[in-house]
Write a protein that binds this ligand. Sequence first.
Ligand SMILES: [Zn+2]
Length: 205
Amino acid sequence: MHVAPGQPLMVCEYCDAVYRRRTLARREVARCMRCGAILDRHQWLSLDKQFALIVAAGIVFIIANVEPIVQVSLGSSNATTTLWGAAIAMWNDQSQVVAVLAALTLFFFPLTQILIFGWLLAFARRGERAPGFRQAMVMLYYVRPWSMIEVFMLGTLVAVVKASSYFKVVPGAGIWSFGVLTLLITVFASHDARQLWHKTAGNNE
Ligand SMILES: [Zn+2]
C-alpha cells in the first residue's frame, strides 16, 4: 500500500505495521507489505446504498418470518408452516436444543445485525457516529458469525427435496424471502463494517 501524506493512519491487525489510508480504486485490495494481510478493500456501495440495502433486508426479514416456508400436502390434507411454526413443533417434539438454536441463528442474530447496522448507517451516512457507536460495533463483531441464514437455506432445500418424494411439497413465500435475504446479506457482508470507524472519524459519539 502506497503512502499518501495527510491521510489518516491505519494499522495492520496482524503485524502492527502502520500505513496511511488512501481511497482505493474499483476492485483494489490493500495488502500489508510485511505480512500480506488484507488491510482494506474498495467499498463499492456508498453508505446511502448500504443503508437502503439494510432497510430492504429488514422488510424481507419480516416477510420471511410471517409467511409460510413450506406447504406440505398428503392426500386431501394440507399443512403449512412458518419458521416459527417449525421451531415450536421442534420444541414440542423433544428437540428443544435445535429449536433454540434455530430461533437464535435465524431470528435473533440476523435481527440484531439488521437493527445495529440500520442504526449505525442511519447516522454514518450523515458522517456522524450513532449514540452507542463503540458498543454497537463490538456487539456486531460478536453477533456477525452467528447469523446462519445461508446454512438454513441449504438445509431447507435438502429437506424439501427429500420430503417431496413422500409428500407434495410447495415452497412458500417465506422460503423465497429467506432466499432474497441470503442474497442481500451476502452483498452486504462484502463490505467491511470497520469502514464505519474511519468514515465517521473525527465526530464524537
Ligand atoms: Zn501486516
